[in-house]
Design a protein around this ligand. Structure first.
Ligand code: KG4
Ligand code: ZN
Length: 326
């Protein structure tokens, strides 16, 4: 069964064809980093305008690369939130127009659920139940996933998402956007022990907090304007990864879970991947390939496949939701 996935929730326009929820036939992502780079972050109005330009070519390419005609598609899975409202609107309007003209049903997919399902697109696939750590530009959350459709939030960030903290620290350091991959690269050349940034553990809770760490970097830079940028990157990244790894392992153990699934853009981070893999030998860790960690429509098509099997068909009145808890 072939599902066409569409994601336009933030600054990437993406379309994908996935077979039976697991096999990627195409996964096209049109990235907008060049457009937003000079602003040091995403400008929502520019993002939605670019989506309107790119949505049709991206869907067209996804069908062409997969060698599939529209008639061969069983359902269109579209991300309906959470995300930027104007950006989501483009993907949803396009999916609805396609569904209306072709008669193909639409399935609505939550962006966070899609991130969790990115790990179903590769072997070995995680078995239920597992703990999902979602670390992206907009979210930092821990979910207990008991089965498809059963998500219990165990913790979340109380302020900045971890990707947002990466991007803001990169901006303070005068680096480009998105800052995560740049800090990831620079940190490899720095001394992680040169600066001891605070580790916000929030003991007794599975919640996170990263805004204080970001402020600590700001204050440090004011007092040490000539510090090597690599050392700041390494010190900041090590503090972030220490907290993410410790709290994720703790949450898994506290909930009797022996499998951890990572997802979201920050799970492409090399230091995080390395550290969490060796963190606890009783826990199996599932890491999607980096291209599946950042936003893409294959993960939407994968989650959409399971919704379609459960007959969760959306109506043509489907609207985007900026805030949409799992
Ligand atoms: O999942 P994603 O593509 O979009 C959202 O749903 O937000 O995540 C984007 C975030 C950005 O903040 C970006 O800086 C971060 O993921 N990111 C990384 C890395 N690659 C992307 N952060 C740290 N290290 C990376 N290698
Ligand atoms: Zn995302």
């Amino acid at each position: 069964m072939l599902i066409l996935g569409i994601d336009s929730s933030c600054d990437d326009t993406s379309a994908s064809i996935v077979e039976d929820g697991t096999t990627i036939l195409s996964n096209i992502v049109s990235n907008q980093a060049e457009i937003h780079k000079k602003y040091g972050g995403i400008v929502p109005e520019l993002a939605s305008r670019r989506h309107t330009e790119m949505i049709w070519p991206v869907v067209d390419e996804a069908l062409t690369v997969a060698g599939v005609r529209l008639e061969g598609i069983s359902a269109i899975a579209v991300c309906h939130g959470p995300g930027l409202i104007g950006s989501l609107l483009v993907g949803i309007s396009f999916a609805k127009a396609m569904a209306y003209s072709s008669g193909i049903p639409i399935v609505a997919v939550n962006h966070l659920e899609a991130h969790i399902f990115s790990s179903f697109l590769e072997e070995p696939r995680p078995k239920f139940p597992f703990l999902a750590l979602i670390v992206s530009g907009g979210h930092t959350s821990l979910y207990k996933v008991a089965a498809f459709g059963s998500y219990e939030e165990l913790g979340r960030t109380r302020d900045d998402a971890v990707g947002e903290a990466y991007d803001k620290v990169a901006k303070l350091l005068g680096l480009g956007y998105p800052g995560g991959p740049i800090i990831d690269r620079l940190a490899e050349k720095g001394n992680a022990e040169a600066i001891n940034f605070p580790r916000p553990y929030l003991h007794g809770s599975h919640d996170f907090s990263f805004s204080g760490l970001k402020t600590a970097v700001l204050l440090y830079l004011r007092e040490h304007p000539d510090v090597p940028v690599e050392d700041v990157a390494a010190g900041f990244q090590t503090a972030v990864v220490d907290v993410l790894v410790k709290k994720t392992i703790e949450a898994a153990k506290a909930n009797g879970l022996s499998r951890i699934v990572l997802s979201g853009g920050v799970s492409a981070n090399r230091h995080l991947r390395h550290r969490i893999m060796g963190a606890d030998r009783d826990i199996e860790v599932f890491l999607p390939s980096p291209f599946l960690c950042t936003d893409n429509a294959a993960m939407v098509a994968s989650a959409g496949y399971y919704h379609f099997l459960d007959n969760h068909i959306a109506s043509l009145k489907l609207n985007p939701e900026a805030y949409l808890p799992l």
